[in-house]
Design a protein around this ligand. Structure first.
Ligand SMILES: Cc1ncc(COP(=O)(O)O)c(C=O)c1O
Length: 383
């Protein structure tokens, strides 16, 4: 059996919470939902948190609450999952893709440059792979220019910038609980964190079909609620989150040590100087990415690419992005490889992964015909 890339933890107490929820509360809108929201808001450090059925819904409903207008610009990196910008675009927003820096999060210079050309009203910094963006710089720039900030923290539950958790800096933060994330709700789910009561009230209404009373709807809403059973699981997961993040951080440190003298590899940005990454992914870079992926697969190690096609090159974004000059993002997408990291990754498995990667470079296996033969098949899985 291959070593998996990610493994969600579902323990006995989560199973108990799940069964209790099914037996004792209404399946939609049960007490678990409001309790989960209160606990999540307290954890992130915002006045409110509103639970929804996915991170994508969280983004859509946040932009709806902020009354984005057709044609208004939204600055965001192209080096992210496509859902980052889908919500704003589907409401008529116009994506403006910016470049990332060596830390794979938004480059402030690129943000400034784009804003000069197009006075956007919104920005979505993405704490990609659990690595926090430089929120001081982003907030200074945004406050000066009256830009509203929606943090995409879908991959960064518990990450901190200086002393505060990401998701607490902007007008709103969004989270995903998809099962590969640092915490899940046992399926799809999402959350919006905010101090803005207007955003909170709008999302509460719009996730529930625009309802103001049981049968009165004063806006055309959606059904985007989080189910009670998922909230019940999420509440238990949240209690473990800090421990799990510590375990991820320990494993990241081990990778840094085990792979540090592999000169042909670029390791992820270190999380120091006030940055507290939660290593949702451990992403290495190499010019031999597809060959290394094939080699790992041949050695029963799962790996993946997050993301092989940057958003500005997605067919759905053709009309918005192809003229964007994002050379580093293009280079990034062709060289990144996510290797296994999760709290229960054993030290034996991790040592085996590092040894296998080192052998690839030490023995120049990128020249091996066996690996080359397999590369095409492995690459096909990327798209
Ligand atoms: C960076 C980022 N933004 C947004 C999302 C959307 O979340 P969901 O899959 O819960 O809709 C994801 C999920 O994969 C993500 O990784």
């Amino acid at each position: 059996m291959a070593i998996p890339l990610t493994v969600p933890t579902i323990s006995k107490d989560m199973e108990v919470a799940m069964v209790n929820s099914i037996n004792s509360e209404t399946m939609v809108g049960g007490e678990s939902v409001s309790r989960f929201e209160e606990e999540f808001a307290r954890y992130i450090g915002t006045d409110y948190a509103v639970a929804v059925n996915s991170g994508s819904s969280a983004l859509l409903l946040t932009f709806y609450a902020m009354r984005i207008k057709v044609g208004e610009g939204v600055i965001t990196p192209s080096a992210t999952f496509v859902a980052t910008i889908n919500g704003a675009t589907s409401l008529g927003g116009r994506p403006q893709f910016c470049e990332i820096g060596n830390d794979y999060v938004m480059s402030i210079e690129s943000f400034r440059k784009i804003w000069k050309r197009n006075k956007c009203r919104f920005v979505i910094p993405v704490h990609l792979y659990g690595h926090p963006c430089n929120m001081d710089e982003i907030l200074a720039e945004s406050n000066e220019k009256s830009i509203r900030v929606v943090e995409d923290a879908a991959q960064a539950h518990g990450a901190k910038y200086k002393k505060d958790r990401v998701g607490s800096f902007g007008d709103a933060g969004i989270f995903s609980f998809y099962p590969t994330k640092n915490m899940t709700v046992g399926g799809d789910g999402g959350m919006v964190s905010t101090n803005d009561k207007h955003i909170r009230d709008s999302i509460i209404k719009m996730r529930d079909v625009g309802r103001v009373t049981k049968y009165t709807h004063d806006e055309i809403g959606y059904t985007m609620r989080l189910n009670s059973v998922n909230a019940a699981i999420g509440r238990v997961q949240l209690k473990y989150l800090d421990d799990w993040n510590d375990e991820r951080r320990k494993r990241a440190q081990i990778y840094y040590k085990q792979l540090s003298d592999c000169t042909e590899l670029i390791l992820p940005p270190m999380s120091n100087n006030g940055l507290y990454s939660v290593y949702h992914m451990y992403v290495i870079r190499t010019q031999y990415r597809n060959l290394l992926g094939a080699w790992l697969f041949l050695n029963h190690i799962s790996c993946a690419v997050h993301y092989p096609i940057p958003v500005h090159r997605q067919p759905a974004y053709n009309k918005y992005g192809l003229d964007a000059n994002l050379n580093f993002t293009d280079e990034w997408s062709s060289s990144i490889l996510s290797i296994p990291i999760y709290p229960s990754l054993s030290s034996e498995d991790q040592a085996y992964i590092s040894q296998t990667i080192r052998r690839f470079f030490d023995e120049k296996l990128y020249e091996s015909n066996k690996v080359k033969k397999y590369e095409i098949e492995w690459s096909r899985k990327l798209i």
